[in-house]
Design a protein around this ligand. Structure first.
Ligand code: LRH
Ligand code: MN
Length: 429
């Protein structure tokens, strides 16, 4: 496969450098006029990173169909090669979040080395008790960690403990637990007992965690269950994390809320009580659409990062949620979508650093609503493209990652090397 080399990136950057310099210098002057230091902001942008989902580099689908593209990854090693390209060009995604058993292999030391060869490490491991695997003794049709049958719960607990062991071999420091457990009819399930069974099961997993690990509980309003979901909202997730202990925290997947929910306020609440463990970034208009981050509501993503900036100011450097992307790319080249999404997430974060927090607090305290809103929005209205491009450039990345990727012929090379996958099978991966 043709590696995208530093020389190739330098060649691609050379033709864009003069325009970039001009744009960056203009932005730097504008930021300096606001009393901000462009150098500090570039260094801050260079320090930001977000993990990519291993399952995100294959074409995604819906329950109706999946339309694979050219050069679909055949296995986790192909996935790592593709994730490597994303980081090589954006310098924003040095870690990959694996999903078990989708990324199961015989030799995890070999997998860790393969990731390293692409300049990558592993982030939170995702368990999977929302599908039945071939040869699996007991079905998860009626749930997993909250199933009425103790034997099914124990099977699900054992799987999560195995994920922790796999994660240790890969160098991960967190387990993400999302379960689809719930019901489709009122009365089908005891809402109270289901939650208690979940607490018992997760407590067993919690006891298997190494001291320096976190367990991230991911809530979701609905799907695959359509009447009740055991961990349906941040409240249920918070209660469970509180009940389990300090290593348990809540993971906020942006697509897992009703359309009108104020997600940035959930972020503020969970951060305040030390239970904001991480994110699955994506975007949505209706349900868990898993669309590209900031492709529907860039202002909402910005407001989330504003709350993260406020929490960092209040809590300090120990405040370190895990930033991960969780998307399904049904109509785009997944590598391009993940690069674009990582850049949009870095953009929202850089914009949130521009807010004059003192002036904002003063306007809030004096109930000067419009001034407060304008001060907050000022960051969002600033085009920080040259600033995040400068951060990429200094880190050895591409000024225009998507144009550079297209010029590299990487996708055409994978299409030649990897057998075409027939369309047809439904499902997210
Ligand atoms: C559930 C979810 C979860 C993953 C899956 C791929 O909707 O967000 O985080 O395990 O998507
Ligand atoms: Mn998710």
């Amino acid at each position: 496969m043709s590696a995208i080399t530093a020389d190739f990136i330098a060649d691609q950057n050379r033709v864009r450098l003069a325009d970039h310099r001009e744009d960056f210098d203009a932005l730097a002057r504008k930021l300096a006029r606001r009393g901000l230091d462009p150098e500090t902001l570039v260094k801050d942008a260079m320090a930001f990173a977000v993990a990519v989902p291993s399952w995100g580099v294959g074409t995604g689908g819906t329950r109706f169909a999946r339309f694979p593209g050219p050069g679909e990854p055949r296995n986790v090693f192909d996935k790592l090669a593709d994730c490597g390209v994303i980081n090589t060009l954006t310098r924003l995604t040095p870690t990959v979040s694996p999903h078990i058993p989708w990324d199961k292999v015989k030799d995890y030391a070999e997998l860790r080395e393969a990731a390293k060869s692409h300049g990558l490490a592993f982030d939170a491991v995702n368990s999977n008790t929302f599908q039945d695997q071939a040869g699996q003794p007991l079905s998860y049709k009626f749930g997993s960690l909250a199933h009425t049958d103790k034997a099914v719960r124990e099977q699900a607990i054992a799987h999560n403990i195995e994920c922790v062991e796999i994660g240790r071999a890969l160098g991960s420091k967190a387990l993400t637990v999302w379960i689809g457990d719930g019901s489709n009819f009122a009365g089908q399930s005891s809402l109270a007992r289901a939650f208690d069974r979940y607490l018992d099961s997760t407590a067993a997993i919690y006891r298997s965690l190494p001291n320096d690990w976190r367990m991230l509980l991911e809530h979701k309003l609905f799907e695959p269950a359509f009447y009740s979901t055991v961990i349906s909202d941040w409240g249920s997730s918070y209660l469970a994390a509180q009940h389990l202990g300090p290593k348990a925290q809540c993971l906020v997947d942006l697509g897992h809320h009703a359309p009108t929910v104020n997600i940035e306020q959930i972020v503020a609440r969970l951060a305040r009580f030390g239970k904001l463990g991480g994110f699955h970034f994506n975007d949505s208009k209706y349900g868990d659409d898993d669309l590209d981050a900031a492709s529907v509501s860039p202002f909402r993503l910005y407001l989330v990062f504003h709350e993260l900036a406020e929490a960092t100011r209040t809590i300090g450097p120990s405040f370190a949620p895990a930033y991960m992307i969780d998307q399904s790319h049904n109509v785009t080249d997944p590598i391009e979508s993940l690069m674009q999404s990582a850049i949009e997430i870095a953009r929202a974060r850089a914009q949130a650093q521009l807010v004059d927090a003192e002036a904002l607090a003063a306007a809030q305290e004096t109930n000067d609503a419009l001034t407060a809103h304008r001060l907050l929005k000022a960051g969002f209205l600033t085009d920080v493209s040259p600033l995040i491009a400068e951060a990429r450039l200094r880190a050895g990345g591409a000024l225009d990652p998507i144009a550079t990727y297209r010029a590299s012929g990487y996708r055409a090379a994978t299409a030649r090397e990897r057998p075409a996958v027939a369309a047809g099978s439904a499902g997210i991966v």
